[in-house]
Design a protein around this ligand. Structure first.
Ligand SMILES: [Zn+2]
Length: 336
């Protein structure tokens, strides 16, 4: 099948004239950046409060193996997380508006904040691939527990012990690294191939296996990436609306002739310290980038796909370790 090669203007025209009626969204944390939830890694972000736990790396807090051993850092992060009252952003509004205009097929979100629903998206149009805070359960026996009681104990920083097996800690129904995606993901992935236009918003698609979903996008549909930075798609050209997500979504809705309310923006406190981040909207067409997966990403458990810098750093550390081992071995040999 011939690969489609539409311009931004042509896609806008097709949505406007309702030739595109089955829009699918793949979204991530970037669509909630202006909602008032602090960025995880920013200086005042959620992670900054957890330094005392001396985690090996920030993402460790989301690993199920770590949580099983030590619940307190996660409970403390949740206490902080629950203290924010995040609000819907333009990106959430855009998806709900597409649904109101009967042009939305489905949304796959990596976010656990439920803002999609708050914006008016019906639950049957949404899959939260990394779970949500609607319920809680025992980590050991799976017994269901009241999320409000969980929140109450988190507030008091007391580990919630299972009322059934009396052993396991209670955890929210979010998906930790090392666990499988929400069941709704496998059940609904066929919709990706059925979409007549795909938006990838606020995600660099670095978390596996969710990032594999892009492989299902039909070759003959336009893909629009609304993300600060470019992303890698397998053998696929896309239209990139780069820099600020809210600005781009609002420009898009203006071009589509869709009315939208003025929506407050509450970026993380350090968000504008980087002058790059104040750039205006910019539209670019991507090169046809060949996507290569690192081995080991075709399993069921979610994991963070390290970028090149992190990989380089890790291989450097491994090399240093190996050199040290060799040196120790040599010294041992000398002793003999
Ligand atoms: Zn239990």
């Amino acid at each position: 099948m011939e690969e489609v090669n539409l311009s931004y203007k042509e896609v806008v025209e097709k949505i406007k004239s309702k030739q595109i009626n089955n829009i699918l969204f793949l979204t991530g944390a970037g669509i909630s950046t202006s909602s008032g939830i602090p960025d995880f890694r920013s200086p005042n972000g959620l992670y900054s409060k957890l330094q005392k736990y001396k985690l090996d790396y920030p993402e460790q807090i989301f690993e199920i193996n770590y949580f099983t051993r030590n619940q307190m850092p996660f409970y403390e992060m949740d206490k902080e997380f629950f203290s924010y009252k995040p609000h819907v952003t333009s990106a959430h509004y855009f998806m709900a508006e597409a649904n109101r205009r009967q042009q939305l097929l489905y949304v796959f979100s990596q976010n656990v904040d439920r803002l999609e629903l708050e914006a008016g998206l019906p639950p049957e149009k949404l899959c939260q691939v990394h779970g949500n805070y609607k319920g809680a359960r025992c980590q050991k026996c799976g017994f269901k527990h009241d999320i409000n009681k969980y929140k109450e104990l988190v507030q008091n920083q007391v580990i919630y012990k299972c009322e059934n097996c009396k052993r396991g800690p209670v955890r929210p129904n979010v998906v930790f690294f090392g666990e499988s995606l929400d069941k709704g993901f496998a059940k609904n992935t066929y919709k990706i191939a059925a979409a007549d236009c795909v938006f990838i918003m606020g995600t660099s698609m670095q978390v596996a296996p969710f990032n594999l979903s892009v492989e299902k996008i039909s070759k003959n549909v336009p893909v629009i990436v609304v993300n600060r930075d470019m992303i890698y798609l397998p053998y696929k050209k896309y239209i990139h609306l780069k820099n600020d997500i809210d600005n781009n979504v609002e420009k898009l809705m203006t071009d589509l002739g869709w009315d939208f309310p003025e929506i407050e923006r509450n970026y993380p406190s350090n968000w504008f310290t980087d002058p790059q981040k104040q750039e205006k909207t910019k539209i670019e067409e991507s090169e046809n980038v060949k996507f290569s997966y690192s081995s080991g990403y075709y399993n069921d458990s979610i994991c963070y796909q390290k970028d090149d810098e992190e990989n380089k750093e890790e291989s450097k550390q491994n090399q240093e370790k190996e050199e040290l081992n060799n040196l120790e071995k040599k010294l041992e040999d000398l002793d003999v």
